[in-house]
Design a protein around this ligand. Sequence first.
Ligand code: PLP
Ligand code: COI
Length: 361
Amino acid sequence: MDCKNASKWRFFTTFVRNFFGLMKEIDWSNLGFGYMPTDFNIRCHYKNGQWGELETSDSEMIPMHMAASCLHYSQEAFEGLKAFMGKDGKIRIFRMDENAKRMQASCDGILMPRFPVEKFTEAVKKVVELNKHFVPPYESGASLYIRPLIIGTSPQIGVAPAKEYLFIVLVMPVGPYFKGGFQTTPFCILREYDRAAPLGTGIYKIGGNYAASLVAGKRAHDLGYSNIFYLDPKEKKYIDECGAANFFGIKNNTYITPKSTSILPSITNKSLMQLAEHLGLKVERREVPVEELATFEEAGACGTAAVISPIERIDDLDKNITYRFSKDGKPGAVCTKLYEQLRGIQYGDIADPFGWVTIVE
Ligand code: PLP
Ligand code: COI
């Protein structure tokens, strides 16, 4: 669909929605974290060695060759970022240039052509504008989740990179990733699972890593935990990350987060490190031995979907040890302050001294 038709379609669907009151059916305050169809997605094809123009689509489907490299050899990378509706009625997108750069790193990691940063940010702004009535209202505390992805689309049976690719960015309104939002939840350590190899693809945001985490994630959920807490895959001595989020611990006015060659460089964690410094905390990014968990006053999982999910306790199920980070089951003072500052900047409630948000006009 070209832009002219897209704008006619938008006018028509908005009219129909308002007329029949369909938007009122979305219970913004009780959204979970899941797929919901919206009006448009943006696509871009890579052929003959170059990326083409951005295209607007109203289809949820993609025609796909049965031998496409994404289907056989997981040539797929994705991103996750969010847009927020402010009290002032303005929509703010958080740090999309960082996601654009990380997606380029993921492309390098699995031999896909880099998607240009400017094209990425243009596509993200465009998809948010086209679906702006799906950005949850300020009061709901929900947000619009933006999911860009790149897949290898040309047939590939020998193990080698595809020649053709498709970039897509889709959006959906979402609520909290971990049940209950900003509440403490328990995690567990199970040494029999790794999500990535020591020098493997854990640092990239690619589908294969997530397929590799499904069994461990299910096991943790079945045992009543929010997710699994991975240790470094080489020695099982150090903390890696927790499910689809990075880890941080707080002690002695210091924000401590793992440095590892097998975890995703989280944009939320990068932001929290800056915020922590801004709030007068010391910041350490280093190897964190498992036993050090016993010394943390507070701990949290952080990510775009997770935001900050304060950790109640970590049960080391192999060693029968419990590490507790909350005495009364409530989030600690530092986690709460960091959460309020981050959310405040994202929703436009407080000034953005770092230049992290882009307002969609
Ligand atoms: N680690 C993993 C494995 C993830 O999937 C995510 C989610 O994106 C994160 C960490 C957090 O990264 P970010 O803060 O950039 O969303
Ligand atoms: C995100 O936080 O954006 C993620 O990608 C997590 C996701 C795998 C649900």
